[in-house]
Design a protein around this ligand. Structure first.
Ligand SMILES: *Cc1c(COP(=O)(O)O)cnc(C)c1O
Length: 918
């Protein structure tokens, strides 16, 4: 154990993503060693002191990245060690580690002082406003400067003196001297909100961090040219924006700021200052920048509204609590929910509350802030879940007859969206993970094949949308850049709808961001506009000629779109409530569509069609707040959840007892090798280095979101549903979905180390119980257990693929593309005479499978889990679907009632439709 801790603590930079949690551990260890030294016997003292030296070296390796504890306290620590003053060393180590663990340095000025007693007088002499920081949010500002480090402390104190009582926040500066140090601090310091670049700093770090260069070069693309003085600041600015787009950047320069400020290069900068400018200006700008992100236009106004005395004569009796606190019978409602939620209720759109349906005021501003934060061109707030957001987007971009190439495993809202809009789904299949009874994601080759099939049938112009789930429930992340690139090569005006219901948080974590729809839209836009791309395209075109949809070799090549024709048209929906701090049903629709002017009208119509005229104000406010949180602390939170997930993965899979019965599926388990070109098997040690993981995230066709943990429980003899119940009842652990032999555990921005510990403990307890039970039950018991495991782990039903639409719903029944008219099939079932029922286990089903006539589903049949339709209206029911249904052991199957049976469209009705459409 000790050995383990030790090697982990030597800060391998490759661990930099988890540097913040490592740091807390390091300080804890230092504190423990310091105590041991202080209380050591004389004979043992020098050994303990050496220990402290090692621990301190560990800590100091990255400590220059944070403002706290800062040079003053660190020097004192070093001195105490040098002078052999164990008591002072222990006191300081205790003080700093406590402040870091508790976050007290954010609110308590004493945490920054060397010695509480001595400096009291100094503190007391300070103006009271400086001490009044307790309630103000705290952040750090990085100053990248060529100034002599001897002056840093003074400069830091100067910046502190700038504080004013009316500042809504307070901050401290952390100084670094070079590009490399800045890149490092930007990655590891979650408290940073702003960066001041002072022209003239150099490139190389003076700190001895061997893998720093490799790390920086991996995250920051740098040309030789860029190390010229002058361009370095701008290069760093671009690099920082690429990793942490939320940070505000300021440049102090001797160059003519007027000229610079107008150039493209200055785009990432919030402001450019001349060297001699008033420091107060900079201070005010820094505060202002953070305020822009802190402001929640809708929520702020709602709070104000709630405080005003208003007589209400509109609908909504609960507004202001009047019908509740005056009631004899429902006063507990008021007590439970509190008064604010009632005071913040209104059905008015006056009083500055704005209207979600026609936003012109603070909702408009809130939406603009969401677009900024999530890297979109436009954003819309949704108050009925992504279920509705998907229908809105589908209906906005599709009209009857349009073809949508869609993953059949998409959430049911997409399928209903097609019924509503009359779009024809062309169902494509994800690769199956039969061993876990689940699907992965749709291979790019499959999507390209579908496009080529449509081209062969002369229908490419009707293909409007590619519609995929990213990431999937089980954590399969697409490579949206690559998918869009290659599809756009075939049809340059395709629209992409990425359902990122689970993935909204991903924007704020540089690991995940590269796999988001908006991240890809930005990357592709920049790429296709560049001169370099044009050259690349010309060369490619030279070699490959025009795209020939009938050439099968094209399927396996990477294709490039024509820069003169390509349009970037990307829509993303996310269930903000699933991964951020929004109330249930809070959802967002993000738009990056270069042709949105053609869609805006239909989008508005679709929004009106699906949005309540009484949208919930608290939902809108919580979306506003979720955005604020992510823009200010999303980086740290998403890194922490990723770190936790990696720790759980490792703890389960390497634990000698737990790993006998449980396992967290690795990328290797979840993604077939052909889609994992990098060959990456697992995240982190012992299998691979971090750089390999980052490469895989960049390039592989699919990558596994590490925060989604498929915990396989079949080898412990539990099926998913049973295990989910067990965790909830005995251990108070709630998990997400289940499959036949697994449950899905996910980490989120709210999870802590204790949560992880709770889960590991539960698994250890259960493993011990199984061991002890097996040891008591002898060979008979062992056989029963083995049979059970076998049934769960190997006798899993094959997942049925989409069969096809019945010919009555297809225009070209012989064509290769499988799109069909789902909407008429759906409405045909409204006529009772058109429908019949067959019992699932009846002989009739087998007879009709064998001899016909074909059975055609009258409606959607959606088992939970897995939650996607195994039958859609108009679909021919085949033997594997029946076999799957017969084996299905879930209770909830939407669209199917066992007592009635499967609802079918009668052959006669289908015949009539065919006849009439001929
Ligand atoms: C949950 C989910 C939805 C629906 O979102 P709600 O916010 O629950 O309405 C849509 N798509 C996917 C992939 C989902 O996981």
């Amino acid at each position: 154990m000790n050995q383990d801790v030790k090697s982990e603590n030597r800060p391998q930079l490759s661990n930099v993503l988890v540097a913040a949690s490592l740091r807390a551990d390091q300080w804890r260890h230092l504190n423990a060693s310091a105590r041991a030294w202080a209380s050591a016997s004389p004979s043992n003292a020098s050994k303990q002191r050496e220990h402290c030296q090692e621990r301190l070296d560990d800590v100091l390796r990255l400590e220059h990245c944070w403002a706290y504890p800062g040079e003053r306290l660190l020097t004192a620590l070093r001195n105490a060690l040098g002078e052999g003053d164990a008591a002072t060393f222990a006191r300081l180590a205790q003080k700093v580690s406590a402040a870091i663990l508790s976050g007290d340095y954010r609110r308590d000025e004493h945490a920054w002082e060397l010695d509480d007693d001595v400096d009291r007088t100094v503190l007391d002499a300070l103006p009271p406003d400086i001490l009044g920081v307790q309630d103000k949010p705290y952040f750090e500002v990085m100053v990248v400067t060529p100034a002599d480090p001897g002056q840093w402390l003074r400069s830091k104190d100067e910046m502190r003196r700038m504080r004013r009582p009316e500042d809504p926040f307070h901050y401290t500066a952390v100084h670094v001297a070079s590009f490399e140090d800045a890149a490092l601090a930007m990655m590891v310091n979650h408290d940073l909100q702003a960066v001041v670049l002072v022209d003239g700093f150099g490139f190389n770090s003076k700190h001895d961090i061997p893998d720093l260069k490799d790390f920086v070069s991996r995250h920051v693309e740098l040309d030789e040219d860029d190390s010229r003085a002058g361009t370095l600041s701008l290069r760093l600015a671009r690099a920082i924006k690429g990793s942490r787009p939320e940070l505000d950047l300021y440049l102090l320069t001797d160059r003519s700021p007027e000229e610079l400020a107008g150039s493209d290069e200055a785009a990432p900068l919030r402001r450019v200052f001349h060297h001699v400018e008033e420091p107060m200006e900079i201070h005010l700008s820094i505060i202002d920048g953070v305020k822009d992100r802190y402001e929640t236009p809708y929520f702020d106004n709602l709070k104000k509204y709630a405080m005003r005395p208003i007589g209400t004569f509109h609908a909504l009796p609960i507004a202001r609590g009047k019908s509740i606190f005056g009631s004899n019978w429902i006063r507990d409602m008021g007590h439970f929910y509190g008064t604010n939620i009632l005071f913040a209720e209104s059905s008015a759109t006056t009083g500055g509350l704005d209207s979600l349906l026609e936003p012109t005021g603070n909702i408009k501003k809130a939406q603009e802030a969401v677009a900024r934060a999530f890297g979109a061109k436009r954003a819309y707030l949704g108050t009925n879940g992504t279920s509705t957001s998907n229908k809105i987007v589908v209906q906005a971009v599709c009209k009857p007859g349009d073809i949508v190439i869609v993953d059949r495993n998409c959430h049911k809202s997409h399928h209903y969206g097609f019924v509503l809009s009359g779009a024809q789904p062309y169902y494509v299949e994800a690769f199956p993970l039969t061993q876990y009874s689940m699907y992965g994601a749709v291979p790019l080759r499959t999507i390209k094949q579908a496009l080529l099939d449509c081209a062969a049938g002369g229908k490419l112009d009707r293909v409007k949308v590619i519609d995929m789930t990213n990431c999937t429930f089980d954590g399969h992340m697409y490579n949206p850049r690559r998918v869009m690139q290659e599809c756009l090569a075939i049809k340059p005006d395709l629209i992409f709808l990425w359902d990122e219901a689970w993935f909204g948080f991903a924007r704020f974590n540089p690991m995940h961001r590269r796999r988001t729809a908006m991240g890809a839209a930005a990357a592709l836009t920049a790429r296709y506009r560049s001169k370099a791309y044009r050259a690349e395209y010309d060369a490619w075109k030279e070699k490959h000629g025009d795209i020939d949809p009938s050439n099968p070799a094209m399927l396996d090549e990477h294709w490039l779109p024509d820069p003169d024709k390509v349009r970037i048209r990307v829509y993303q929906t996310n269930s903000t409530h699933k991964s951020m701090s929004a109330f249930r049903q809070g959802s967002m629709m993000l738009v990056w569509d270069e042709d949105f002017h053609h869609v805006e009208g239909p989008f508005e119509e679709a929004f009106f069609a699906h949005t309540s005229t009484s949208p919930n104000l608290q939902l809108i406010a919580s979306l506003d707040l979720a955005r604020r949180q992510m823009e200010l602390e999303g980086y740290g939170l998403t890194l922490r959840m990723t770190d936790l997930a990696l720790k759980i993965r490792r703890a389960v899979n390497t634990h000698p007892l737990i790993s006998k019965y449980f396992r967290v599926a690795t990328p290797e388990d979840m993604i077939p090798a052909e889609f994992r070109e990098s060959g990456l098997r697992d995240y982190g040690p012992p299998d691979s280095s971090w750089s390999a993981a980052i490469d895989a995230l960049d390039e592989d066709e699919f990558a596994l979101d590490p925060t989604r943990l498929t915990l396989i429980c079949g080898a412990a003899g539990f099926d998913g549903t049973q295990f989910k119940g067990l965790l909830a009842e005995r251990f108070d652990i709630q998990i997400n979905k289940t499959s036949r032999n697994s449950v899905l555990v996910q980490t989120n921005i709210n999870n802590t180390h204790s949560d992880a510990a709770l889960l590991i403990k539960a698994l250890a307890d259960l493993s011990r119980e199984i061991e002890s039970r097996l040891s008591q039950e002898g060979t008979v018991g062992a056989q029963v257990f083995a049979d059970r495991v076998k049934s769960l782990m190997t006798d899993v039903p094959d997942l049925p693929n989409f069969s096809r639409f019945h010919d009555a719903f297809r225009e070209h029944p012989d064509g290769a593309s499988n799109e069909g008219h789902m909407r008429p099939a759906f409405f045909m079932a409204y006529e009772e005479d058109n429908c019949e029922f067959v019992k699932l286990n009846s002989d009739e089903v087998d007879k009709r499978l064998r001899d016909g006539p074909e059975m055609v589903s009258a409606n959607f049949v959606i088992p939970y889990p897995p939650g996607f339709p195994i039958m859609v209206p108009g679909q021919v029911i085949t033997a594997d679907t029946i076999a799957f249904m017969r084996k299905l052991d879930v209770k909830e199957i939407h669209g199917y009632h066992a007592a009635q049976g499967i609802k079918l469209l009668k052959p006669s009705a289908l015949g009539n439709r065919r006849a009439s459409s001929m």
